[in-house]
Design a protein around this ligand. Structure first.
Ligand SMILES: Nc1ncnc2c1ncn2[C@@H]1O[C@H](COP(=O)(O)OP(=O)(O)OP(=O)(O)O)[C@@H](O)[C@H]1O
Ligand SMILES: [Mg+2]
Length: 424
């Protein structure tokens, strides 16, 4: 695409998912009918380990290639992106704040003051607050209030969930984007973005665990009564499954990856057929497919047992979860959902990313599903980042990140983020 043809288009939002196995950029545009996805592009990622940047140069190069594909496909010059963050440096906790109401009814300033008072907590110097998300408003002792603005009362209390990240990890991610010539408009916790692209409002209300099983990590986000209640990062992902196959069958990593995607299954009643694999010496040999299943099963059980423990711990704190949505590339492993249903003892579905109408019209039901190869759980985070970005430029619309209250809270987030960017 000739440079002169390129233009900047402010209604186009680009989500950048910097994952352990792939860097993916998705450009979306708001139209009268909803959201149009203009381009999805993805390149292998070589500079991350377990969701955290360990090689800035390699990551910046992959980002450059991915963004340049988006520019080719759309003819738009991309300068700004919404980027996702994850990794085991993410730590979260609950907090509480309260304020007196100055006027007769609660205003958005009162809500902000209440959230500010809940955010005034000690955070070590090497950590930054990423998100401050309300989990309940209590007005004059009455709890369970979703949006108190406009209600009459004298004392507003708020319970919040505070997500923090290591300053160094955040800065390294920002540096990669900067080296690729990009401005980061905002940073979003990856499982929040994935949840935005895969969950519906009913699920968030009734209590749901979103489990994003990527290449390096498994990220969990638990919702109940519409609010995020808990997040966790588990240090197991698809690379561990591949590694187990590589060691167990003595195959090079890339061949083990191919074999996993093509023949991998954890359904116990798999047939006894032989499959061809290419050994380290280049020789092709046949192995019974059930060997692959036998290698994968214990690792998947281990991961699901850790997920079960997280859900159980949250349940013990009075937050009931009634279902699970699996997403991320590794959720495609054949039989994973069935094994999850058995171990977690609750309904499980695979979360394919959708472009939810509820972000626009308020009817809350229509959903666009992505077509072709991009209708894949691997793209949930990237699509969620686009939805998040659109939500933050359309603050008056209802639903998900786009609701008034979320916009106000997320606008505050941009504040911390600019602060970090300024410190570099
Ligand atoms: N059909 C499939 N069967 C099994 N595993 C699959 C399949 N397709 C993709 N995967 C696995 O999904 C993983 C990549 O998923 P994803 O793109 O969600 O991860 P990521 O975002 O790069 O990593 P992370 O989120 O952990 O940083 C890889 O380990 C890959 O092997
Ligand atoms: Mg991911």
């Amino acid at each position: 695409m000739a440079a002169e043809k390129r233009k900047r288009n402010s209604s186009v939002i680009v989500g950048l998912d910097v994952g352990t196995t792939k860097i993916c950029a998705i450009a979306g545009e708001v139209t009268e009918d909803g959201i149009d996805i203009l381009s999805v592009s993805s390149h292998p990622s070589n500079g991350l380990r377990k969701g955290v940047v360990i090689d800035i140069e390699a990551t910046a190069n992959s980002i450059k290639k991915t963004i340049s594909d988006v520019e080719e496909q759309t003819g738009i010059s991309v300068r700004e992106v919404y980027v996702g963050i994850a990794g085991s440096h993410i730590k979260s906790f609950s907090s509480y704040g309260a304020v007196g109401i100055k006027g007769r009814e609660v205003t958005s300033e009162d809500v902000e003051r209440a959230i500010d008072s809940a955010s005034a907590v000690y955070v070590p110097l090497d950590r930054e607050i990423l998100h401050v998300l309300p989990t309940d408003f209590i007005l004059d002792g009455q709890d369970g209030i979703k949006d108190p603005v406009g209600m009459a009362g004298v004392r507003l209390e708020v319970k919040v969930y505070i997500v923090t990240g290591a300053v160094a990890s955040v800065q390294n991610l920002l540096k990669c984007c900067e080296r690729a010539g990009l401005d980061v408009v905002d940073i979003v916790l990856q499982p929040l973005a994935s949840a935005e692209a895969t969950l519906n409002n009913d699920e968030r209300d009734m209590g749901i665990a979103l489990v994003d099983i990527g290449g390096g990590t498994t990220d969990i986000a638990i919702y109940r009564e519409g609010w995020l209640r808990h997040t966790a990062v588990l240090g197991i992902g698809g690379n561990h499954f591949t590694n187990d196959i590589s060691v167990g069958l003595r195959l090079p990593f890339n061949e083990a990856e191919r074999v996993k995607k093509r023949y991998g299954s954890i359904v116990p009643e798999i047939d006894n057929a032989e499959v061809d694999v290419v050994a380290i010496d280049g020789q092709v040999r046949g192995i019974p497919r059930k060997y692959i299943t036998e290698i994968l099963q214990p690792r998947c059980e281990e991961l699901l047992e850790l997920v079960r423990q997280e859900i159980h711990a949250v349940h013990n704190n009075g937050i009931a979860v009634s279902g699970v949505v699996l997403t991320g590339g590794s959720s495609l492993l054949s039989g994973f959902d069935r094994m999850a249903e058995a171990i977690l003892s609750m309904p499980v579905r695979i979360g394919y990313p959708h472009l939810s109408h509820q972000n626009f019209s308020g009817d809350g039901h229509g959903m666009h599903v992505l077509k072709g190869e991009f209708n894949n759980p691997m793209y949930a985070t990237g699509i969620g980042l686009v939805l998040y970005g659109i939500g933050s430029i359309m603050p008056s619309e209802r639903g998900g990140f786009s609701s008034d209250l979320f916009s106000r809270v997320l606008n505050k987030m941009t504040g911390w983020f600019k602060k970090i960017a300024g410190r570099r």
